[in-house]
Design a protein. Sequence first.
Length: 242
Amino acid sequence: MIQIIRTKDYEEMSRKAANIIAAQITLKKNSVLGLATGSTPVGLYRCLVEGYNKGDLDFSQVRSVNLDEYQGLSREHDQSYFYFMNDNLFKHVNIDTAETYLPDGTNMDAEGECSRYHEVIASMGGVDLQLLGIGNNGHIGFNEPDDYFPENTHCVRLTDSTIQANARFFASEAEVPRYAYTMGIGEIMAARRILILASGKAKAPIIKEMLTGPVRPQVPASILRFHKKVTLVADEEALSLL
Ligand code: GLP
């Protein structure tokens, strides 16, 4: 069952979602957060930074694991997810960055990196709250449409539609990495609570498919309907086809 919180726009989506994360870390100071990148959670991170600046939030005992990272991008590359997390959240709050984890995109040994990251996730003792965005094709993290649900962290070949969608952040489409490391569906589904965000008209068809179509690996996000505690915070445009 997916609980739906409808908001009028992106700003309200960001505030409502930030309130849920704020409640999580207020109730449990040493929460393990599963974090996400993309344009959708940027406003949420801004709200969390504001909450921290007001003295309402304390990240000192929070630990985090991110969903995914491009293969081959250095940490200094402004499109690496390592860079994104520092830029949007970590450097602005009192989180201990030694306790913030992402797959290492610079490790070209895919098998070694994926099993290392799986162990990192396992060592956290479970993710309390996993934040997700959704790709236009239904991907979560970088779990692209496929004919099965991958369980653990793995290396994916990005689909052409994802490469095109993400090209807007790079100088040209040719510069978008073709591979990424991502948490698997099994690891995502193991989180105690999941918070998924969606904003804008472009996401309306996939949100409808996720909520009302068959649960199937060709629409990776549809599996969330089998999780016990999922909240979708979405604006009117993203919910406009329901
Ligand atoms: C990216 C990320 C996802 C994200 C999705 C949607 O490629 N790997 O974690 O949810 O695409 O991105 P956006 O929020 O920019 O629409």
